[in-house]
Design a protein around this ligand. Sequence first.
Ligand code: C2O
Ligand code: CU
Ligand code: CU
Length: 499
Amino acid sequence: MSSSLSRRRFLAGFPALIGAGALHPAWALGTPATLPIPNLADGSDGKPVDLPIRQGEWSFLPGVKTPTLGFGQDYLGPTIRTRRGSELSLRYHNMSSEPVAVHGHGLHVPGDVDGGPQLEMAPGDRWDPTLSIVQPAATCWYHSHTHGRTGDQVYRGLAGMIIIDDEQADSLALPHRYGVDDLPIIIQDRTFDAQGRLVYSLMDSGDDGWFGETVIVNGAIAPVAKVPAGKVRLRLLNGANARFYIVTFADGRIFHKIATDGGLLEAPVPMTQMEMAPGERCEIVVDLSDGRSAGLLTLFEDEFEDEEDEGLLGGLLGLFDRSESEKTLPPPSLTLEVDNALMPHTAPLPDRLIALARPPESAIVRTRDFMLEMNHSGAGGHGQGHAMMDMAINGAAMDMNVINERIERGVWERWRFRSDQGEHPFHVHGCSFLIDKVAGESVPADQKGWKDMVVLDDDGWSEIIVRFDHPATDRTPYMYHCHILEHEDRGMMGQFTVS
Ligand code: C2O
Ligand code: CU
Ligand code: CU
């Protein structure tokens, strides 16, 4: 883990922790917000889930209404819960005044229901895809994928969580009561102007992408969640546009990571801190049977200085003498507060979660290399959206009319990624994959599960092994892209078919 934390990004960081997880001053005036828990939309029995896309007004700051977008609510959308073996039927209706495409991130579904930019809904349009859920239990999400506007629309609220259940996960003694001991935790950062409006500009986003100043969790600033005095499962989603977070508890307590993007790990991995890239999901279980509150910190990875060998891990632990000096700690982004009236989940964590079958080396039939380019000289100018297309992969900026790769269905491949500058969180549609190398180094235990996000840099190849089991045609291809949404909108994305 320390190696992945020490990799350097585009700008030299500064060592001060001041401002990490900074709170808007308005927060200090009010009582802390309660953690908003998005409504649960049951999509397991074939009943359609209505997802009207509409403008709204949401109070991030006490007493201030901020213009936003959401799915049937003012900001974000309901948590869609479905099951392996279900037909998930979604009913989108674009009631906003702009085009919107919505993608199911992490879902193993064919290209025609994947929700890439080809499936854009004009204002007033509807889209009713039915998705056969064939994959194992996992935490996925849905979000805007509109050509050239993804960053802007996600920033204003077009995102929500998807929970997939299955029998294997049901059979394990894991906390599973939604909103009680199984909490959706969508971490984002936003900047507000003096009127409380969201500040965003693709044009003004620097090389790092757009960083918000204030962390919000499920749309609230530094909220509190009442939880039982037992094991609590957090389904963490880094839903930020560009920010990498270091997630840790203020008191340094151990938690167990139980799942990566694509589902459960083989066994829980004990940790005290972990990095989360934009787009990534991590399920963790934290034990609150000691009755003490736990503050979840979401530190800004970009604010830590690169230190050659000890890296961030060393720097972090050195700066935080957690037992005595509260003042060196940034305030928690979320506080879990024990409520003894709630029935706790006290069963021990299972030692084993799932069995993970890795294909033999001989089954991997071909290798593809992807080079992410920050300064793509050939492109420039403006794309079909409103983005400047000045970033690229393998010499080509995203072009809706070009298929960049054609892939054979049902066959294992090795994909290798690298960049010409800095660290990027890479995502591939239509699959989960296994990571073989992270920037030239071996894979930490907590990333050895199914993933759809891999971090890469300019230092060494990141490698995955991947297989696509569903078709994607020229008309509705899959995407692969950097999940720094400003990089995606600036062309760091490609299209591929599976047949
Ligand atoms: Cu989460 Cu193509 O995206
Ligand atoms: Cu995706
Ligand atoms: Cu990038």
